[in-house]
Design a protein around this ligand. Structure first.
Ligand code: COA
Length: 333
């Protein structure tokens, strides 16, 4: 029998500090009206000093394990753009804090597509028989890398984490993941980037300036590419699954901008009412975006057992991807 990864648990974690649009407008040349109309975002959550990505990952991971009814996992994957440290990876510390013994643990860096890349690699380990139960976490403290003076990024991103538990199962059961499409285009690496941090320049005078240590994004170009690329690979997943857009009950796409979610649904041919969105509440949480959206939709019963769910994301790299599953019956924690 074909062995595949099946979704078995889900959880999320947001830091307690809520930042409204008005709070940002008090220190930046922006307004609540601009942010809401151009992005759909009303608020976001950010960490306070002393809280790292691993803390949010542990919060989301423990809830996901609890919801699965089994505290064990032999693999932990953390998708993040903001690891606790450049070295080592964040996942081993998360595994240790969750009491997962000597579980395999590694990070995946694919920016806003990170969770889908992590989901695919963990699903592959399960399919191969290397892993029996995997905890896949998307976790970010993006506020740490935002330029506080850059209104074009500061208003968009927030912190948070979401996690799922995968177990081995068969392709015909609810929760079975796949197919996957994962793609990249490094030609676009400068569109979404923290410019500094590479090898020292041959001419020290040409070294990075202070602003280069912060996250930057060419929003307009990225907007168009995000719709186009997510649309392409979402359609490719549907084709490989032998499905049509009309078969999709819920589209859960990367929460980058409410207008992108609307255009994407249109591009794929899925009615807007079938999209899932929590961007108004949490902003763009990068690698945490899809599992956070899934967990919120699950908890609020927007996602129902039996719903056919299409996942797609786009982010820095450039990277993008898509996958599908039928939503399983999981008790909200
Ligand atoms: N408040 C007020 N005005 C702002 C602003 C803010 N926070 N940010 C930008 N502006 C201004 C710009 O300076 C520009 O002014 P100008 O016309 O005088 O030059 C104007 O608003 C339009 O800027 P633009 O960048 O064209 O806005 P936009 O409508 O494209 O929205 C983003 C900007 C970032 C919200 C949008 O481009 C976006 O969501 N991009 C994609 C993000 C994405 O997909 N990310 C995926 C990976 S994370």
């Amino acid at each position: 029998m074909t062995r595949v990864a099946v979704l078995d648990g889900i959880g999320s974690c947001l830091p307690p500090r809520l930042v409204t649009n008005d709070e940002l407008a008090a220190r930046l040349d922006t307004s609540d009206a601009w942010i809401r109309s151009r992005t759909g975002i009303r608020q976001r959550y950010v960490v306070t000093d002393g809280t790292g990505t691993s803390d949010l990952a542990v919060g989301a991971g423990s809830r996901a394990l609890k919801s699965s009814g089994d505290p064990h996992a032999d693999t932990v994957v953390v998708a993040t753009t903001t690891p606790d440290r450049p070295c080592p990876a964040t996942a081993p510390a998360v595994a240790a804090r969750l009491g997962l013994g000597h579980a395999a643990a590694y990070d995946v860096a694919a920016v806003c597509t990170g969770f889908l890349y992590a989901l695919a690699t963990a699903s592959g380990l399960i399919a191969l028989g290397v892993s029996a139960r995997a905890l896949v976490i998307g976790a970010e403290t993006f506020s740490r890398i935002l330029n506080p003076d850059d209104r074009s990024t500061s208003v968009i991103f927030g912190d948070g984490a979401g996690a799922v538990v995968l177990r081995a199962g068969s392709p015909d059961e609810p929760g079975a993941l796949g197919p996957f499409e994962l793609r990249s285009d490094g030609e676009g690496r400068d569109l979404i980037t923290v410019p500094a941090g590479g090898p020292p320049p041959a001419d020290p005078a040409a070294g990075p300036g202070a602003a280069d240590y912060y996250f930057t994004m060419q929003g307009k170009k990225v907007f168009r590419l995000a719709v186009q690329r997510m649309g392409e690979c979402a359609r490719a997943v549907l084709d490989r699954a032998g499905r049509r857009p009309g078969d999709v009950d819920r589209l859960v796409s990367h929460q980058a901008n409410q207008r992108i979610i609307e255009r994407l649904a249109d591009e794929i041919g899925i009615p807007y009412e079938r999209t899932v969105s929590n961007i108004a509440r949490v902003g763009n949480t990068a690698a945490a975006s899809i599992p956070l959206a899934l967990d919120h939709a699950h908890t609020e019963r927007v996602l129902r057992p039996g719903d056919r769910v299409l996942l797609t994301a786009f982010g820095g790299g450039l990277t993008w991807g898509a996958s599908m599953l039928t939503w399983p019956a999981i008790d909200p924690v």
